[in-house]
Design a protein around this ligand. Structure first.
Ligand code: PHE
Length: 336
């Protein structure tokens, strides 16, 4: 056994004194403490050593290992731990900071708030209604006949739960926000002016312009002597505020069971393509609806409208696919 333990200890000390960066530190570690390092060699030599020397060699090896480990620790605090040759970790004030990600409102929420804001300034109050509704509120009270196709399971999501107040009918996911009209009238006396934003559900196959869930904003104004011209004036003012004064609009006769007369509203941009785009349904509240809501006959008149939030948002921002609203892809949502 030709190893001189004292020499090894001495070289550990002298070589340690020369270590000045992480690379040299790593070389030092490999030389002494590495898997094929000096200390491992000493342990390996134990097997061949004569029995009477084993003790001395073992003891010396332990001492050297302790020394090397201690020196390593000291060096680490002096030059920093090994890491790609970089010197001690320190703060570099020239590196650009990481901007914290700040939350923001979903584009649909922004549109709902923008529309709500316009109606609030026109004197409307924002109300809320449940997404799980009764057949009565979603259909019957809105004068939608018993055999109307929209009551069909293909057009409405029915739940398996029965209406606790009418065991013969099932609860459903509202297919429009109009049942909100009934709830408002059952609990409030005219004059009233409310808008009811919320989610609605229809079992449509999903494609670029259809989704089984989307948002509507319902509007209802009831008072004495409300006229169709009030409806026109109101919606005209609203559209100009939302889309700008350049907008043109027209009322096209239509049919809804809960309004009479009924219309659909189309808009078009002057100067652009002369396409008319349908943006909402509206009309004068049907006397039957007042009756179902429990209002005295002939005392009040009212106007109602319902607009699709996704549709409006797509028109306003030129978005071509409704699915973008629900996929939560930050690259899309962050733009607004
Ligand atoms: N509820 C109708 C729909 O979903 C819209 C509407 C609301 C029409 C109020 C007239 C009055 O298509």
């Amino acid at each position: 056994m030709s190893m001189n333990f004292e020499e090894i200890k001495a070289s550990i000390s002298t070589e340690a004194a020369q270590v000045s960066d992480a690379q040299q530190l790593e070389a030092f570690r490999i030389k002494y403490l590495g898997k094929k390092g000096v200390i491992q060699d000493i342990y390996a030599s134990l097997a061949q050593a004569p029995n009477e020397e084993k003790r001395t060699i073992g003891k010396a090896a332990n001492e050297i290992k302790q020394l090397a480990t201690r020196v390593m620790e000291e060096l680490k605090t002096r030059v920093g731990s090994a890491g790609g040759g970089k010197a001690r970790r320190s703060i570099d004030p020239t590196i650009p900071g990481v901007a914290p990600r700040v939350g923001y409102k979903h584009l649909l929420t922004q549109t709902i708030e923008e529309i709500s804001d316009i109606f609030e300034k026109l004197g409307f109050v924002i109300e809320d209604g449940p997404e799980v509704e009764t057949e009565f509120n979603n259909f019957t009270a809105l004068n939608i006949p018993e055999n109307h196709p929209s009551r069909d399971g293909f057009d409405t999501f029915y739940t398996t739960a029965r209406n606790p107040e009418d065991q013969s009918s099932h609860l459903l996911l509202r297919s429009h926000t109009s049942p909100g009209q009934i709830r408002i009238m059952q609990n409030n006396k005219p004059p009233l002016a409310v808008i009811i934003p919320g989610r609605v559900y229809r079992p449509d196959a999903v494609d670029a312009s259809h989704s089984f869930m989307f948002h509507q904003i319902e509007g209802l104004l009831v008072d004495k002597d409300v006229k169709f011209s009030d409806l026109k004036g109101l919606l005209n003012a609203f559209c100009k505020r939302l889309f700008g004064n350049d907008i043109q609009m027209r009322f096209r006769p239509h049919y809804f069971p809960f309004t009479e007369p009924s219309a659909e509203v189309d808009i078009s941009w002057r100067g652009g393509k002369r396409d008319w785009l349908e943006i909402m349904g509206c009309g004068m509240v049907h006397p039957k609806v007042f009756e179902y809501a429990g209002y005295p006959k002939g005392k009040y008149t009212g106007l109602a409208f319902g607009l699709g939030v996704e549709r409006m948002t797509m028109l306003k921002y030129g978005i071509k696919d409704i699915r973008l609203f629900y996929e939560n892809d930050q690259r899309f949502l962050e733009q607004f």
